[in-house]
Design a protein. Structure first.
Length: 433
């Protein structure tokens, strides 16, 4: 067993913590599960949800494929396996992940804990919808759970941010593909109303996501480029599939003044005006699903104070009013975002998952002395319109301002009381009490 001292931060780099890190393996996972700690994969949650000041349990060595039925597309893996490593195994055999987040540098266990969603939530749901079985290690015991067995524990682990135990293995269903290409089409919208309508008028598109231009004002506020995608059906030689090796490396942390509002607004305007919109364009899986993976350590662009991502979901009925008010708030506070994403969500599942029917928006915002005040304003808007926040992105929310706190509190309390299981602890769970 390897234990070492380390300084850890979330992907947003806003806070650093000194803590002990123990590397898990098949021999010590049961013993280590008796500690009040938190499991951590590749550290891509933006805040402090995979950090504990006392002890962090690294799952990086739990990285094996346990079984793979290549005919039925059912795979069982250890939780520390990265999505990139998984894709390099399954794509050459004609399978793809059923739901993918925006980066392949996450672990499968992390995908379960956050119940990740992708560009296809409106028709495929989140990752948890495709899981058949979990093996959780809690207080020294291995607990196998599924829809039929330990039902509540199963659904409260999905989206439970690691608080129900160490996820040891995950068995789930894959999606059949015949090509490593995506047929992408784009639509430029004139304003927020049209942006929402474009999503709602294309409910059967396999994938959809929008990028909003935050430099737009007045009648153009909320304009966007909406991207639609379908898997190409013309067969290609998947057996030779490899991810592109070229990466842009950010060599140092940029001065904070580089990512200023003027520069970001210029980028937004340029990107909106000059992005070509061919009716159809064939691109690779990597470019469609993981565009930011081509830039290593891109949070360094935001400077020493780091950045936060605000991501919220709103019911269909209030989405327009909520997003409109958020855009007004950011404009009034003289804040802009180069990564401003909007997506349509479908029905929620039975888990602690973030997505629910409506629209989600997310914005990457550089941290400064005003960050906590701005975050508070955004939380007020989220609560006003009965929205929820994505805990995998949260860094600054407080107990009293958490918009959907009761939902999490009730389910986690139920699992503790009904199954007499131990609840684990992160800096985030302590902060939110």
């Amino acid at each position: 067993m390897k234990t070492f001292l380390s300084k850890l931060s979330g992907w947003g780099r806003a806070s650093q913590y000194s803590t002990k890190v123990t590397t898990l393996d098949i021999n010590n996972v049961s013993e280590q599960s008796k500690t009040t700690s938190i499991a951590r994969g590749l550290g891509r949650s933006y805040g402090d949800s995979s950090i504990n000041r006392e002890l962090v349990l690294s799952t990086k060595k739990l990285d094996k494929v346990i079984s793979f039925d290549k005919e039925k597309g059912i795979i069982k893996v250890e939780s520390g396996l990265s999505l990139k490593a998984l894709l390099e195994v399954i794509i050459p055999t004609g399978w793809f992940i059923p739901v993918s987040p925006g980066t392949k540098y996450v672990t499968i266990g992390g995908m379960v804990a956050a119940d990740v969603h992708g560009k296809n939530h409106h028709c495929e749901g989140s990752f948890g919808n495709h899981i058949d079985e979990l093996v959780i290690v809690n207080n020294g015991k291995k607990i196998t759970c599924s829809e039929e067995k330990n039902h509540n524990f199963f659904w409260n682990t999905i989206g439970g941010m690691g608080l129900t135990g160490i996820i040891y293995s995950v068995k789930f269903r894959l999606k059949r593909i015949y090509s490593d290409k995506i047929i992408q089409s784009t639509v430029k919208t004139k304003n927020l109303k049209e942006t929402l309508e474009v999503f709602q008028n294309n409910p059967h598109s396999a994938y959809s996501v929008g990028w909003m231009d935050l430099s737009a004002n007045g009648k153009e506020k909320g304009r966007a480029i909406v991207f639609f995608g379908e898997h190409a059906t013309k067969s290609t030689n998947l057996s030779s599939f490899r991810f592109p090796k070229f990466k842009i490396k950010i060599p140092f942390i940029f001065p904070s003044y580089i990512m200023n509002k003027l520069l970001i607004d210029l980028f937004n305007r340029f990107y909106f005006l000059f992005t070509s919109i061919f009716p159809k364009k064939i691109i690779g899986l990597d470019k469609f699903f993981y565009p930011l993976d081509s830039i290593l350590d891109w949070p360094k662009l935001y400077g020493y104070r780091g950045f936060f991502q605000y991501q919220a979901v709103f019911p269909m009925a209030s989405s327009y009013f909520a997003i409109n008010e958020i855009l007004d708030c950011l404009k009034k506070e003289k804040v802009s975002s180069a990564v401003s994403v909007i997506k349509l969500f479908g029905e929620e599942n039975a888990s602690l998952s973030f997505p629910r029917k409506g629209f989600t928006v997310c914005f990457d915002i550089q941290c400064n002395r005003d960050t906590e005040r701005l975050y508070g304003l955004l939380m007020d808007i989220t609560k006003k319109y009965e929205g929820g926040i994505y805990l995998a992105k949260d860094q600054f929310c407080k107990k009293e301002s958490m918009p959907d706190r009761a939902r999490y509190e009730e389910k986690l309390t139920n699992i503790k009381n009904s199954m007499n299981q131990m609840l684990y602890s992160s800096e985030q769970s302590d902060r939110l009490k």
